[in-house]
Each structure stands twice: as structure tokens, then as C-alpha cells.
Design a protein around this ligand. Structure first.
Ligand code: ATP
Ligand code: MG
Length: 563
């Protein structure tokens, strides 16, 4: 992964190059991606991964994947494993010896907390969380100081050690930094550093009764790992003063610096772990890896490639202004990538039979088809052809409108790679549904071209009946119908905008037989329909399941323009 270098420098690259020119950090660059293991990663995280990993790569630096596992109540091993898999998939790199855990630093953090207490820069506070909120003050009114502000360092040390020993209840005491009760930046009004939590931690078990807060812990983690550029999203801008204060008040430590960039937001998507968890828990989707989800594992299962996600992240760039990116950009990135790499195949999603009246009974021939017009090396394959084929129901019309170039009585079209055919008739059932279509073929047009130079306007795909593979096809669409589902009065309203058509299941599709041996890693295009991949979870040998990664064209923009 080195694609980041081609574009104009973004503002973080400018900072880094400036630091390198100044000889800062001995010319060393170290970045990290610091997820909290309380959910699966989403496409927003991909932006951060590409940025941090890409910078380390570009400048010959170091990158670590660090679990910010400082809150035992919400974190789980399941999330840790999925995050490792996802980050390795996005970067295409084996990160096994670059994985770190903030929980491994708890002892060191504790020592530093005692250092601040001894310096009179931290104290134990006996206010409940509610009292603390009530005492916080307003921009013009300072916070009401806590008693602990006046305790001696000795008393604070004793209380803090008893907190650690588990002598108190949750909420009874906290450790707070003694900074500035009147600061216009509320983050500096004596923020909490440690709180008492009695849950079991996924790695340290019951060793700890006190857990560090994000703001206290994060800079320390960066310092322990000798990170040079600690890159986070803009909502932490007002926390930077605190990040700096903690590091500046400790002696003999490595000093990292924090920089903020705009988080990724996408149209027709929500991008918060809390909301994604609600969708999973509420059964609105079938798990974190449901291909409708904006999670990395959802995209992977749906057939997105890591290359397409990296190319999307490169394309949207890194800025300091929050904005919402049109999801079409992501969809186009995967189309562009799959257009190059996907094998072409034929599959009929909604089949009706086509009978070629003048084709010999009991004859089967092999038709040569091109695997990928974008790549000659992919070669050709043979597909069976006989008197009875499946074609799409939509490819025949009894009374065609103008500009309908597919089958209708008397019209000649091309069967892809095979022959010209002319439609001669059809059958209907008692409900008026077309059940079968009849045609004749021109044996001189084998390969789908005519020697006499006559042209046809339509080409349709087909699958031979006796060799067809039965499959389930899942067509996916956007998860929400509203461009910005987060933009609502009530923060839970987003669920009202779930797209009921985000998943359509077709149970009786007919595919060409070569798809029998396709693997979930192979990407392919059903000609005229879209890009697909085999579902690696729900497929069985008798009933393979295929996911539509994306349609061939952007159908939404067309609809929007009509409105
Ligand atoms: P969410 O807000 O979705 O719940 P989070 O910020 O709580 O996510 P973390 O696990 O804390 O998730 O995030 C790990 C890293 O990914 C952080 O550095 C965070 O800034 C970054 N990140 C999270 N969401 C986005 C996003 N939408 N765009 C870019 N970076 C993001
Ligand atoms: Mg977070």
C-alpha cells in the first residue's frame, strides 16, 4: 500500500515533512491506529487506518495497531479479533508483531498518576458524577471546587491507593487533575483521570478496580510507544490542551503531539458504533457483517476489495473541515476496480424459458466466451448451448415501447457470444403471465456476428437449461433512504429511514455452470446486471448464495436527476 504518495501533500504530510526537515524526533515517524474494542470497524475507521498506516509507509516510519481498551464494561475479545482481521485486510499487511494494548500500560499509567499526586497536580474527589456535572459552572461562572483540591498530597495518595485496592464503590471517588476551575475550555476544569469500575477486563481480569479516562490515558499510550504524530478526529480538538497538559507535567517522558483531521461521513449511512450496534441488536440487519452495513466486514462480505477502499480514501483526501461525502464516490471506486479485475459471467436472475424452434433436439454445443474484455490474460471459456435456454423475464415484451431493443415478436437480437435469434411467439398462463418464449436462430451467425453485415440493436444474456446452476442471489441497496439519516430532531429517528428495499432476495436464479467452482475471493460480473461474489457464510454446495457488490451503473443519480 503505497498509493498515497501520488497526490499533492495534505496538511498532515506538510507537518510531517516540515518536522523531518527540522530534524525533529531524529527523523523518525511513528503513527498508530487506536480503536476502542467496543464494536466492529466501519468505513470511517478505514479512513483513519489508511491515513496512519499510509503515512508510516510513505515516510519509512513505524505503525502500530493499538487497542485503546481502557473501559472494561463495553469491550470484548470478539471485537479485538475482528478489528485485527479488518486492519490487516485494509492494509494488506501482516501486523501480528505490531499489535499493542493500552491495558498493558496500566501499571505505568498508575505510576504517573502517583507522580502527579505527589506534585500536587492531582487529587481525589468525593463528588458523584451528578454532583460533578452540577458543579461544573458555565462559561462565565467557574466550577465549584471539590474538597479534594485542598487535601495534602499524602492524603490524596492514601485515598488513591485505597481506590486501587477496591475499598470504595463505583462512583464514590475519582482522581482528578488539578488544573483550572475557571478555564473557558471545560476539558481543563479539573478533568477526571481515574474512575472506579468493578467489571472484569477482557485482558487484565480483576486486577484493576480503577480505570483511566481516555484523555489521561491516550497521550500516555502515545508516549510509551514513542509515537511522533498522534492523529485523531476533529472532535478531540478541544481535548488537545489537556493532552498537552498531562504530558508537560510528567518528567522524563517521550513527547508526542496531537493533530486533528475531519472524520469521514457518508450519505445514506450512519457511522457511529453505537448506532450500528443498535441495528445489530435490534435485528434490523443480520449481524455486523451484513453486507448492507457500512462496516469493513460488511463491505468485505459484499465483495468490496481493499484496493477499492484505499483508492476511495485517497480520493477523498484529508482535510480539517467536516463534510459529508457522497456515497456514489465509494460505489464508483469499487466499480472502477471491479471493471478491471472481475471475470464476466452469465446469470439469469428472473428466468423464463426460451425455445429455439429450429435448433435440433438433443443437441448441445460449446460456445466460446471471453472472460474479461479488460484483460486478455483472463482468456476464454466454453459454455453449453442447446434448444432451451433461460433468459430474463424483462428481456421479452409482448407490447414493446419505443426504444425497447430486446425481444418482442418479429424482432431479431443477439444471444451473447452465440447466435442471432428472431422471436416468433410466446405462451401465457391463466393469469396472463408470460411462461415461455419461442424463436428461431440463424446458424450462420455463430459467435454472435453476421457475415452479411446485418446488425442487431439488442444483445441479451442466457443460460442453457440442462446445465444451469440454481442459486440464491441477494441484491443490496443503500441502508437508508434519507441522505443524512443522522440529521433528525430525535437522535433515535434514524431508524425510521431504513430502506426496506436494501435487501432483495432472489431464490431461483439460473447461472452458467462455470460458477460451480468459483471461490468467495473471486470477483465477477454478471453481464448486464452487476458485480457479484459468492457469499462465504450462507452458501452450501447445493445452493450457492451470491451477493451483489454493486450495480453496473449508478442508478440513484439518474433517479435523483429525474425528480
Ligand atoms: P464512533 O464515533 O464511530 O463510535 P469511535 O471514534 O468511538 O467511533 P474509536 O474506536 O475510538 O471509534 O476510533 C478509532 C480511531 O478511528 C480514532 O482515532 C478515531 O478518531 C478514528 N475514527 C473513528 N470514526 C472515524 C471516522 N468516521 N472518520 C475518520 N476516522 C474515524
Ligand atoms: Mg471513540
Amino acid at each position: 500500500m503505497n498509493e498515497i504518495s501520488e497526490k499533492r501533500l495534505n496538511f498532515i504530510e506538510q507537518i510531517i515533512e516540515h518536522d523531518l526537515n527540522e530534524g525533529k524526533n531524529g527523523g523518525r515517524i511513528a503513527t498508530r491506529f487506536p480503536p476502542e474494542p467496543n464494536g466492529y470497524l466501519h468505513i470511517g475507521h478505514a479512513k483513519s487506518i489508511c491515513l496512519n498506516y499510509g503515512l508510516a509507509k510513505k515516510y519509512g516510519g513505524e505503525f502500530v495497531l493499538r487497542f485503546d481498551d481502557t473501559n472494561p464494561s463495553k469491550e470484548e475479545t470478539e471485537y479485538v479479533e475482528s478489528i485485527i482481521e479488518d486492519v490487516q485486510w485494509i492494509t494488506g499487511d501482516d501486523l501480528s508483531n505490531r499489535i499493542r494494548y493500552a491495558s498493558d500500560y496500566f501499571d505505568q499509567m498508575y505510576i504517573w498518576a502517583e507522580e502527579l499526586i505527589k506534585k500536587g497536580k492531582a487529587y481525589v474527589c468525593n463528588q458523584t458524577p451528578d454532583e460533578m456535572r452540577d458543579n461544573r459552572g458555565t462559561p462565565s461562572v467557574p466550577m465549584k471546587p471539590s474538597e479534594g483540591r485542598n487535601y495534602t498530597p499524602e492524603k490524596n495518595l492514601e485515598l488513591f491507593r485505597r481506590m486501587r485496592a477496591g475499598e470504595f464503590n463505583e462512583g464514590q471517588y475519582t482522581l482528578r487533575a488539578k488544573i483550572d476551575p475557571a478555564s473557558p475550555n471545560f476539558n481543563l476544569r479539573d478533568p477526571v483521570m481515574y474512575r472506579i469500575i468493578k467489571s472484569e477486563h477482557h485482558r487484565t481480569g480483576n486486577k484493576w478496580q480503577i480505570y483511566p479516562m481516555y484523555d489521561w490515558a491516550h497521550g500516555l499510550e502515545d508516549s510509551i510507544e514513542h509515537i511522533t504524530h498522534s492523529i485523531c478526529t476533529l472532535e478531540f480538538e478541544h481535548h488537545r490542551a489537556l493532552y498537552d497538559w498531562f504530558l508537560d507535567n510528567l518528567d522524563n517522558i517521550w513527547r508526542p503531539y496531537q493533530y486533528e483531521f475531519a472524520r469521514l461521513n457518508l450519505t445514506y449511512t450512519v457511522m457511529s458504533k453505537r448506532k450500528l450496534l443498535e441495528l445489530v441488536k435490534g435485528g434490523f440487519v443480520n449481524g455486523w457483517n451484513d453486507p448492507r452495513m457500512p462496516t469493513i466486514c460488511g463491505f468485505r462480505r459484499r465483495g468490496y476489495t481493499p484496493e477499492s477502499i484505499r483508492s476511495f480514501c485517497r480520493e477523498i483526501g484529508v482535510a480539517k473541515m467536516n463534510s459529508i461525502i457522497d456515497v456514489v464516490k465509494l460505489e464508483n471506486a469499487i466499480r472502477e476496480d471491479l471493471n478491471k479485475r472481475a471475470l464476466r459471467r452469465m446469470g439469469v436472475l428472473r428466468p423464463i424459458k426460451l425455445i429455439i424452434e429450429n435448433y435440433p433436439e438433443n443437441q448441445t454445443e460449446q460456445i466460446e466466451a471471453i472472460n474479461n474484455p479488460e484483460n486478455e490474460n483472463d482468456g476464454t471459456r466454453l459454455i453449453p448451448f442447446s434448444k432451451t435456454l433461460y433468459i430474463e423475464r424483462d428481456d421479452f415484451m409482448e407490447e414493446p415501447p419505443k426504444k425497447y431493443f430486446r425481444l418482442s415478436i418479429g424482432r431479431e437480437v443477439r444471444l451473447r457470444y452465440a447466435y442471432y435469434i428472431t422471436c416468433t411467439g410466446f405462451d401465457k398462463d391463466e393469469n396472463g403471465n408470460i411462461t415461455q418464449v419461442y424463436c428461431t436462430y440463424d446458424p450462420t451467425t455463430r459467435g454472435g456476428t453476421s457475415d452479411d453485415g446485418r446488425k442487431v440493436q439488442g444483445t441479451i444474456h442466457w443460460v442453457e437449461v440442462n446445465n444451469a446452476l440454481n442459486a440464491e442471489i441477494r441484491l443490496y441497496d443503500r441502508l437508508f433512504t434519507k441522505e443524512n439519516p443522522d440529521d433528525t430532531q430525535d437522535k433515535n429517528d434514524y431508524k425510521n429511514y431504513l430502506n426496506p428495499k436494501a435487501l432483495e432476495i432472489i431464490t431461483n436464479a439460473k447461472l452458467e455452470p462455470s460458477l460451480k467452482n468459483i471461490t468467495p475471493e473471486q470477483r465477477f460480473q454478471f453481464e448486464r446486471i452487476g458485480y457479484f461474489c459468492k457469499d462465504n457464510i450462507d452458501s452450501t454446495p447445493n445452493k450457492p448464495v451470491f451477493n451483489r457488490t454493486t450495480s453496473l451503473r449508478d442508478t440513484w443519480t439518474k433517479i435523483d436527476n429525474k425528480n
